[in-house]
Write a protein that binds this ligand. Sequence first.
Ligand code: GDP
Ligand code: IMO
Ligand code: MG
Length: 435
Amino acid sequence: MPAGTCTAVVGLQWGDEGKGKAVDLLAAEHDAVVRYNGGANAGHSVVVGGTRYALHLVPSGILYPGKLAVIGNGVVIDPEKLLEELAALESRGVDVSGVVVSDRAHVVGPYHKDEDELREGVLREAAGHSGGEIGTTKRGIGPAYADKAQRSTAIRVGDLLHGGDLRRKLALVCEFKNRQLAGFRPVEAPPYHPETLLALMGGWGERLRPRVRDTTYLLHDMLASGKRLLFEGANATLLDVDHGTYPFVTASSCAVLGVGPGTGVSERHIGQVLGVMKAYTTRVGRGPMPTELHDATAERIRQRGREFGTTTGRPRRVGWLDLVAARYSAMVSGVTGVVLTLLDVLEGLDEVRVCTGYRVDGSVTDRFIPDGYRLERAEPVWRSFPGFHGDISGVRRRSELPGSARSYLDFIEGSMGVPLRQIGVGPGREQTIRS
Ligand code: GDP
Ligand code: IMO
Ligand code: MG
């Protein structure tokens, strides 16, 4: 295969940019959709033919019948959630035969979810002095990636298929987890027991067995026969463990840089990197967000944009578009084009703003500050645009948008330095302006 025919889709903000919809649309032109990071913390809402589907671990290409949907080695899999999700999709008539799972993806166990919840509780109690929780989704993501780095207490999907290995590993897991969490768990909580976990996790293995593959070879075989892959980033660049607003981030590599380690496929195969961003900004959980609003405009956007988490149902924090942050994310992932979503949500406002710089300690910078505490000091420098009026959800050409909406888009495009490839004017697959 000639280099560079694959595509990657990544979020440029703090998640929920509408990556699921963008991936669903692009899946038609690719042979497989591949997840490379994150876990059941992700929540992607995709609307097809008026029906809304919520996806967490299953790649968003699954709504095209027969499409291969690969969960790569970089993902942490909660098999209970995955099996539930597959059953729910099947019960709605979705063909899930194309879902395959890497034998090297790490498993989120019940003890990871307990630890996630317990850690957040301790951080909350410590808020009075130095702490404060991260506001995680409590899906066990951080503890599972920590065990991956720790190695001795990690369980991979392949281990679930081998009873002897699993028994041996679970004995060690219980040894560590019972001691580590003893001081945090309620006294009445029973200790983790290897045989109980073996029955649960071995059962997951049996149900997943037909889907488990060496996905690295699978993907390379596809590339060798000229197939096109679509890499789907979960979470988003500002939540990336290295490049985001640490420590208010998730635990994986969400930028396009995570594709290599998370799939075993070199970035050399990617020709097009699409960065997805909303026409405004949202964030779930704690951490800095320089353009956050706390007024009636925020509430209006929240209601019109259905800005409530797909995974946890939490109301999302809302603010104006932060171009300093979006440009930084686009730089980190080397994006070649932007997917701008939810433009329709801004309809009816008299004024729309974007942040073009930060004022920090008396001077102005156009550089992002990828640190969860130092970014708190940034004050936005605003640029204001007249709002636009009239329903745009039926518009399919950029030239047919109201003039003030076009000026807003032109400014964003100029500032990002790459073309706007898709503009979202509604949640439906077809409610998209493409160029
Ligand atoms: P993801 O996590 O990046 O896949 O995004 P989510 O699915 O969590 O959140 C995006 C939300 O916006 C979902 O409810 C989508 O259905 C919706 N959505 C995506 N694009 C558009 C759009 O252009 N307009 C409107 N009104 N909704 C959209
Ligand atoms: P999608 O794929 C929005 C946020 C959480 C929390 C922080 C850490 O739907 O865009 P974690 O449970 O990962 O340890 O939580 O990261 N977060 C997301 N916010 N969308 C997501 O995914 C997110 N995944 C993680 O709210 O602040
Ligand atoms: Mg989401």
